[in-house]
Design a binder for this molecule. Structure first.
Ligand code: THU
Length: 127
């Protein structure tokens, strides 16, 4: 488990990443900061499109940046979304992407609580 300083650093990076969100259709900005097993941090934001279904979430942006740089193992992700007054749990598609690359004790850091992937995606599908 990450110590509380590392968790709040990761959350601060997610809040910063949220400033880069391209969310002109929903107005809902999301930022994520993903910690690799080797200690690097990759950030991501949501990027929307006029063809709505092409939108990508902040979490998957961060994962795909990291994976395309060669990282395949991850410890934790912090997520910050909306007006920051409430927690922003990851959508189902992002949870399944986490399942592909993370152990079930992967930590998902939200505004008011930390969850494991096991808690947020029980009885999950994997090949
Ligand atoms: N969004 C994320 O970035 N992450 C999530 O886990 C949930 C939703 C984005 C997608 C869209 O740009 C906006 O939030 C509203 O759904």
């Amino acid at each position: 488990m990450l110590n509380s300083d590392s968790m709040s650093d990761l959350m601060q990076m997610a809040i910063q990443a949220r400033n880069q969100a391209y969310c002109k259709y929903s107005g809902f900005a999301v930022g994520a900061a993903l910690l690799t097993e080797s200690g690097e941090i990759y950030t991501g934001c949501n990027i929307e499109n006029a063809s709505y279904s092409l939108t990508i979430c902040a979490e998957r942006t961060a994962f795909f940046k990291a994976i395309s740089d060669g990282h395949k193992k991850f410890k934790a992700i912090a997520i910050a979304g909306g007006n920051l007054s409430e927690s922003c749990p990851p959508c189902g598609a992002c949870r399944q992407v986490m399942r592909e690359f993370c152990e079930e004790d992967f930590e998902i850091i939200l505004k008011d609580r930390i969850y494991t992937l096991r808690e947020l995606l029980p009885v999950s599908f994997a090949l």
